[in-house]
Design a protein around this ligand. Structure first.
Ligand code: PAF
Length: 287
């Protein structure tokens, strides 16, 4: 039997009862519309602790005014069917009103890391993420929480958050899960136009091209960056938000690829109803 909670207080009381029984909770924070990537996070969580809780909340505060909050795919019943097949003990799915009641005015902000990459074009995004993740940690009280590496900046922000605020939650990153053709799995892929698949694939293809060039000894990121931009722009309707070579920990841009360098990509592609913003990333050199 899987429990489903909407009320933060009920979720908190349930977690407290599990804690008193000596159980340990691993949390998988999500915005729903599950795909294989989410399910793999749940399976990883089940390896870490004896009790898995999944939160499902499309958090409005991490979307800017002109972003896709209204278009973000949602299907609660389908999600519950999928999650019931996993070893998940409880789902926490509050409403925005329950999370941000009248008078709400607190914000958690990870200053520097939140300004790079996605933070440059999405100025409110990471404060929204850091605040809701702090709330989720306080409501669910997990020992561990699992996040996908597709959002690797989010992972860096959350690692900084728990370190800076001494939050006793182990943060576990889980590798990107890809479709057979290389597309990184994302709930937003539901808004892609199948006729425009090649454009969506330009991100993972650019990553592969970069790795091949680096293996040939091309390590200057200016040169690699020009190749990445040429490749992505060769598909109609693509607009690069960023294609940056950054240090995997500080997220600062680098001029020469080394073992820590990540190519981080965010690209708008034409979707079924307007543009879809896709992200992807990966180490340039083999690990
Ligand atoms: O990665 C996501 O789905 C969201 O940013 C998260 C971590 C659930 C916070 O809303």
């Amino acid at each position: 039997m899987m429990d489903i909670f909407q009320q933060p207080e009920e979720m908190q009381a349930w977690s407290k009862a599990r804690f008193r029984e000596g159980r340990t909770i691993a949390l998988v924070p999500t915005m729903g519309f599950f795909h294989e990537g989410h399910l793999s996070l749940m399976r990883r969580a089940a390896e870490l602790c004896d009790t898995v809780v999944v939160s499902l909340f499309v958090n409005p505060t991490q979307f800017g005014p002109n972003e896709d909050l209204d278009r973000y795919p949602r299907d609660f019943e389908r999600d519950m069917d999928l999650v019931r097949k996993e070893s998940v003990a409880a789902v926490f799915s509050p409403t925005p009103e329950l999370m941000y009641g009248a008078g709400f005015q607190t914000e958690v902000r990870v200053a520097r890391l939140s300004t790079y990459l996605c933070g440059a074009s999405r100025p409110v995004h990471f404060a929204g993420v850091a605040t809701v993740v702090t709330k989720l940690f306080n409501i669910v009280r997990p020992e561990a929480a699992v996040f996908g590496e597709k959002d690797f900046q989010q992972l860096a922000v959350i690692r900084r958050l728990v370190a800076d605020l001494n939050i006793p939650v182990e943060i576990v990153g889980h590798p990107i899960v890809r479709e057979a053709d290389g597309l990184a799995m994302s709930s937003r892929n539901a808004n892609l136009d199948p006729a425009n698949r090649a454009a969506a694939l330009s991100l993972s293809a650019a990553l592969q091209l970069t790795r091949a060039e680096a293996a040939r000894g091309v390590l200057a990121t200016a040169e690699l960056g020009r190749m990445v931009a040429r490749h992505i722009h060769s598909f109609a309707g693509t607009a690069i938000d960023y294609a940056s070579f950054v240090d995997g920990e500080s997220l600062e841009e680098v001029e020469t690829v080394d073992a820590r360098t990540i190519l981080a990509l965010a690209v708008h592609v034409d979707g079924k109803a307007g543009k879809v913003r896709l992200i992807d990333n990966g180490f340039v050199l083999p690990r």
